[in-house]
Ligand binder design. Structure first.
Ligand SMILES: [Zn+2]
Ligand SMILES: [Zn+2]
Length: 380
């Protein structure tokens, strides 16, 4: 079973030492009883016979008198010479998942335990001194205040409004009459859908639609796969910290599976296409049909309807529509042209060159005309 050498981080100087080291190689202090061994995910396996024997000898024990970590094989403390007794504090081996021994994974596990039990967590170390935090907060506050001030000024400016004179500069009008004529047209319809007034000219049988009708069954072969137990296998299911600086793979056994392809048959319904024919009629019918529009348009203040002669027997009107746009010029800051749609009732109230009362915003845009409170103004 593969053995790996772990590492440990010195409590005093934070240097990383090898698992076999009993003292910090940088500052010399003894490895503590509370040492946390960690294992890099890509640590190589140990091949050296002496280190393997040391790894497999068992967990270290810690001298109760001087705190020196001693190898399992030692009967006497290498620090103060006292004999190992039954009461010595031998560390306890621990097994976890393969990837759960990296230093980052151990820290994450510690953080999760602290979150579950906040009382046991050590008080967090202050990263920044109180003075620096205060200074940073003051700086942030000042920047924030500047932004708030700029925002407030913009809000204030957007509420400013100025009266402005507006001159009527033109009108756009468009009037449309839709026309219809009463005449004989040729149409088609399926049986049962022919209007009563129709004069049938001809008829024939034609394909109306196709029905799908069940027409027996057939057997279709198909393949499927199945997982079949195929003996057992050993695999690395975790790693044990030997608590002497070394780690060893822990093996578990599981059932192996093999994918087997099998064949079976299933029954499928067969469908047949059945055409459905119906009678299709061609007929003549007299009806009102669209006969074009008569449109007039202009830019003056005298909108007119086109002249149409209808007798309401062969020809008739089918509706009138009219649209009007008022063009006006703002005489304040920018002399910009604006256009707004008018209702038929409203356009008659205005004449060319008439002066109206408008309101513009701080940035010189015309936002309303008093005489047309609901108008939507489009800049030209
Ligand atoms: Zn150290
Ligand atoms: Zn000792």
């Amino acid at each position: 079973m593969a053995v790996y050498e772990g590492k440990w981080r010195c409590e005093r100087c934070a240097s990383v030492n090898r698992g076999r080291d009993l003292n910090c190689l940088s500052c010399g202090i003894k490895r503590s009883e509370k040492v946390e061994f960690f294992l890099d995910d890509d640590a190589p396996t140990v091949a050296d016979e002496m280190l393997l024997a040391q790894a497999r000898a068992g967990a270290d024990w810690v001298c109760p008198y001087c705190g020196t970590s001693c190898l399992a094989a030692q009967t006497q403390c290498s620090g103060c010479g006292s004999l190992r007794t039954e009461k010595n504090r031998q560390l306890v081996e621990e097994t976890r998942g393969v990837g759960d021994w990296s230093e980052a994974a151990l820290k994450a596990q510690q953080a999760a335990r602290n979150a579950a039990n906040p009382a046991a967590a050590p008080p967090p170390k202050s990263f920044l001194s109180g003075r620096l935090v205060k200074f940073l907060l003051l700086g942030l506050g000042a920047v924030g205040l500047v932004f708030v001030a700029i925002f407030a000024v913009l809000i204030y400016l957007s509420t400013l409004k100025y009266p402005v004179e507006v001159e009527v500069s033109g009108l756009e009008w468009r009037r449309t009459i839709a026309l219809e004529e009463y005449r004989t047209v040729t149409e088609n319809a399926w049986e049962g859908e022919v209007p009563a007034a129709a004069r049938v000219q001809s008829s024939d049988r034609a394909l109306h639609h196709t029905d799908k009708v069940p027409d027996g069954t057939r057997t279709v072969p198909e393949t499927y796969t199945e997982q079949v137990a195929d003996g057992t296998e050993r695999y690395v299911c975790g790693r044990t910290s030997k608590k002497n600086g070394f780690f060893e793979d822990k093996y578990c056994t599981r059932t192996k599976y093999r994918t087997v392809t099998k064949t079976r048959t299933r029954t499928e319904t067969i469908y047949r296409d059945v055409p459905v024919y119906k009678t299709r009629y061609t007929y003549l019918i007299d009806k009102w049909v669209a006969a074009g529009d008569k449109t007039t348009e202009g830019n003056d203040f005298n909108p007119r309807w086109a002249d149409v002669a209808v007798d309401n027997v062969r020809t008739r009107e089918a509706g009138r529509t009219e649209t009007y746009n008022l063009l006006c010029k703002e005489l304040g800051g920018r002399n910009k042209l604006y256009k707004t749609a008018l209702t038929a009732a409203n356009w008659a109230r205005f004449q060319a060159s008439a002066h109206l009362h408008g309101t513009m915003d701080y940035w010189g845009k015309l936002i309303s005309i008093d005489e047309l409170p609901d108008a939507e103004l489009k800049e030209q």
